[in-house]
Design a protein. Structure first.
Length: 727
């Protein structure tokens, strides 16, 4: 299994398998981003790289871009006169600037046959000054006498090539440095500077930046392949000029590029000719000088002496801003400066190549060792090994980078550990799922699905052993079922009960109830076990209301199958009861026992007497204030010593109509008069209620009691309790 995972990771290297390769690349990039932000390089004191910024201030004072080439020449001269060693231009000048003197001569020449003496004299004067106002020539002259490196663009877009290219790189024997079969990135087109500029400049280098797959610039090309010739980047060209070398030696292994050598300096690259950009900080880490300040001598010459100056722009309009690990908007000219520092100071990180033969071999060995360890330990051990291995890999990556400037990308190693862990746990999950299915089959008939899930995942939250706990129990049965069953055959009774029990059980499960048993036409359910439920009373009452909401649908279904409609009564009681797995060695059941259970059964029976749908005990009522309650009676039931008040839930208070609220308030007023033995007032109100809503039999019950008490007053110790002699 571990070998399979390792081979899968290797396939992503060989065949660039999506989407795994994409995920690995993204993770790789994000990891490097965190590390590079953790480990800024310190500024080297012996090398100054500065930015000459064509900023907003410069545009305001010197005019909008593009500037006259004479101004560029003046800027170059100022820099070199004040001790700048090398000037690099992160701007491309591919088109000639208009010479207005020559243009005017051309227009006047169109009228050569009709020229006056003054016009001829004007043309002669213009010819004499044409070279003096040729800004391009002015810049050519400045480039020729100064140490200037021009930037240009490589690209792969179709279109007209502009400008010209500088001389490609040469090896130590002064022969052209050819790409041949190297994997160095290849371009098909370019946008260069005017041929006269290119010829006059010291050298040139490309400023093309290629982001990683996620759009973030982490790598920079040092070399590029154009028509099998190798060209340097602007950073490399500047470094070569600063180091006084124009020769490059390629370092290879197995015919693949591993780095370059500049006059003894070893610079590691990947096979594509890329390096990891050595960021020295965020934007502005390098010193910026406004171009207009240089032109107007508003600077300290000592700050420029001995430096490398890069001419470019940091404003959005002119700059190529890039998303980098250290900032979302990072000026391209400062990226060039960071690389120049890294090249000269030998701070280019060495990136380990997993695509090399050694890299693939390391992955195979690592994968096999990890699989071997994984196969011999349990689930907890697997998790521990996974976390320890992950921490070791990441820690090792940081240490190698911070202290040794070596970057070993951790993504492939972490992918192997993660996938092996995932595969192992997936296999364990399949086995565990089979066990869950067995438990579900055992408990699923009387416990809601979410209870079954919790029973499996959190065995410490429940016990099948007997315990005493405050819970809520519900009894419900079909009214007049004996009469109904006499009209049906055995098959009809079975169909009726199945059609009734199925939706009712679903409703109970939806309200987190547990089915205790089916007894004839009766359902017994309880709340609070096997999983403890602090809202057991609320869930039971809401369940009972939901049963009556769905009863019309159940009756419609019964009628469609030729069965009689049914009505039900519900009794609910809350209190202490014994719950657990009870029975004999031949048959067992998870059930509840106790006085509270008996009370719920009595209450269900009393629903027929009061002709109400639901009756609940006073303890159940005390748990719920969100329900609109009707006080039904104070009763003493058979088998119970102390009397209790019983209630009928009418629905959610917030959902009750104004008419129902008004009727209920009036009823409670009448009931208060009844208990105060104010028979006349109570009788008047109950009669009013009965006339408005004669369907409520409870009004008639109290009218009959009042009539009896008017004939024979109750005893002096009467407390309003009605004694039920039968079950």
């Amino acid at each position: 299994m571990g070998l399979t995972v390792t081979l899968l990771v290797l396939l992503t290297l060989f065949f660039n398998v999506p989407p795994l390769n994409s995920l690995i690349s993204q993770f790789e990039g994000r990891t490097y981003d965190q590390i590079i932000n953790f480990n800024w390089h310190s500024k080297p004191e012996n090398l100054k790289v500065i930015i000459i910024d064509i900023d907003e201030k410069s545009l305001e004072q010197e005019g909008r871009w593009p500037w006259p080439r004479s101004k560029i020449a003046e800027l170059l001269n100022k820099l070199q006169e004040n001790g700048v060693v090398t000037v690099g231009f992160d701007i491309v000048m591919s088109e000639a600037e208009t010479n207005y003197a020559l243009g005017l001569i051309e227009r006047l020449s169109q009228f050569s046959g009709k020229m006056t003496t003054d016009q001829k004299q004007l043309i002669a004067t213009l010819n004499s000054v044409a070279n003096q106002v040729d800004n391009d020539q002015t810049l050519v002259n400045a480039l020729g006498k100064n140490n200037a490196i021009l930037g240009f663009f490589f690209h792969n877009s179709e279109g007209i090539r502009k400008g010209s290219l500088p001389t490609p790189l040469r090896d130590t024997d002064n022969n052209p440095l050819l790409a041949n079969k190297l994997s160095v990135y290849q371009f098909t087109n370019f946008n260069g500077n005017l041929a006269t500029f290119t010829a006059a400049a010291t050298s040139g280098g490309f400023v093309t930046n290629l982001p990683d797959k996620d759009g973030i610039v982490r790598h920079a090309l040092l070399l590029a392949n154009y028509k099998n010739n190798l060209y340097p980047s602007l950073s490399l060209a500047i470094a070569m000029n600063y180091l006084l070398t124009d020769k490059v030696a390629l370092k290879k292994y197995n015919n693949q590029l591993t780095g370059i050598e500049l006059d003894g300096l070893q610079i590691p690259t990947n096979r594509k000719g890329q390096i990891l950009i050595p960021f020295w900080g965020g934007p502005g880490t390098l010193n910026y000088y406004s171009a207009t300040d240089i032109l107007n001598n508003q600077f300290d010459p000592e700050e420029l002496a001995g430096s490398i100056a890069l001419v470019g722009s940091s404003i959005t309009l002119l700059s190529d801003l890039h998303h980098t690990p250290v900032a979302q908007l990072f000026p391209g000219v400062e990226i060039v400066g960071n690389i120049v520092k890294g090249l000269v100071e030998q701070k280019i990180p060495r990136e380990f190549d997993w695509e090399s033969l050694q890299g693939k071999l390391c992955l195979v060995i690592f994968g096999l060792l990890f699989a071997l360890v994984f196969s011999s330990i349990g689930i907890f051990g697997k998790l521990l090994i996974f976390f320890i291995t992950t921490i070791v890999i990441l820690t090792n990556t940081v240490i190698l980078f911070v202290f040794y400037n070596n970057y070993v990308p951790p993504a492939f190693l972490l992918t192997i550990t993660t996938l092996q862990t995932f595969v192992n746990f997936s296999y364990s999950y399949v086995i565990e799922k089979r066990q869950k299915r067995r438990i579900s089959e055992l408990f699923g008939q009387y416990v809601p699905k979410e209870y079954v899930k919790e029973l499996i995942e959190h065995p410490e939250h429940h016990t099948m052993e007997g315990l005493n706990r405050e819970m809520t129990v519900l009894f419900t049965d079909i009214r007049n079922f004996t009469t109904i069953s006499e009209t049906l055959g055995a098959g009809g009774v079975k169909l009726l009960l199945n059609s009734f029990f199925t939706p009712m059980t679903k409703i109970i499960f939806e309200h987190r109830g547990t089915i205790d048993k089916y007894v004839g036409d009766m359902i017994v359910a309880f709340w609070g076990a096997p999983i403890e439920d602090k809202e057991h009373a609320s869930h039971a009452v809401l369940c009972s209301l939901s049963c009556f909401e769905h009863l019309p649908q159940i009756n419609t279904h019964l009628l469609e199958h030729g069965l009689p409609q049914v009505n039900i009564g519900v009794g609910i009681a809350t209190g202490p009861m014994n719950v657990g797995d009870m029975g004999s060695e031949f048959r067992r059941a998870y059930t509840v026992l106790g006085d509270t259970v008996n009370l719920a059964s009595r209450l269900e029976s009393l629903t027929k007497f009061y002709q109400v749908n639901i009756l609940v005990s006073d303890k159940t009522r005390s748990h719920l204030d969100s329900i609109l309650w009707r006080t039904v009676d104070k009763v003493a039931v058979k088998g119970r010593k102390s009397p209790l008040t019983i209630y009928q839930p009418l629905g959610i208070v917030e959902q009750a109509s104004a008419r129902l609220l008004q009727e209920q308030e009036k009823y409670e007023t009448a009931l208060a008069h009844y208990y105060n033995q104010d028979w006349l007032v109570a009788e008047i109100i109950f009669n009013e209620l009965k006339n408005v809503n004669p369907k409520i039999y409870l009004y008639q019950i109290y009218l009959e009691r009042i009539a009896a008490f008017k004939k024979k007053r109750p005893s002096p110790d009467w407390d309003g309790v009605y004694v039920h002699r039968s079950k």
